[in-house]
Design a protein around this ligand. Sequence first.
Ligand SMILES: [Zn+2]
Length: 227
Amino acid sequence: MTNQAVATIFLWPSETHSEAIHRSTAMEQANPARSMAKEGDVWQMLKLFSPSGDGVMAHSSLGLWLDSRVPPTGWKCHAIKDAGDEGVVCGMCQSATVRFTHLMTHPQVPEVLSVGAPCAERMEDDYYTALKRERVFRDDIRIIRGWPQRQWKQSQLGNHYVNARGFNITIWNKGGAGFGITIKLQNKFDRKFELNGKKLFKTVEEAKGEALTALLYARRRLREGLI
Ligand SMILES: [Zn+2]
């Protein structure tokens, strides 16, 4: 991993474009160059901009909630973004400052609204998903930030592997053709979930970097009950 945003998004088998975009957005947002350097700072900021609005102005029923042209429900979230240290004002209530914005769309509204979780809940008419989505996004960011420091091991066959978040990721040397990635649920040998990335990488280091996207994708599949 470098400090550059990921320019190319590889699709994993049966991954949709929007899933790949979500993954890529999380990686881009976690880019340490654009945000806080230390993990402690991150959690301090998360506390400051907590979804309930602790310490800052809370979400309200003002702003676009009062605008009769803006539908109050029927919205869908497409992605989450990290607005950085300063945060941004919630696009719906225009009251609270939020760090993580949920990008919401509605078939009758041409704009994408960036809003905080409490407003997203109301717009989606779902009081569970928005916070869960935000927790997952923060957790993905933690994984991404810690990835370069992760210690890889070598199997008896000489393959590099790492166990992370309940998954086992192995880099295979395809005999001169390059290095491939396999990810499976850790300690499960029934091949119930085993994913082989089709892309081959020139170096083992390159494959290790890309293994991160395999992990984020597999976590998503697991969450959605697809594993
Ligand atoms: Zn709001």
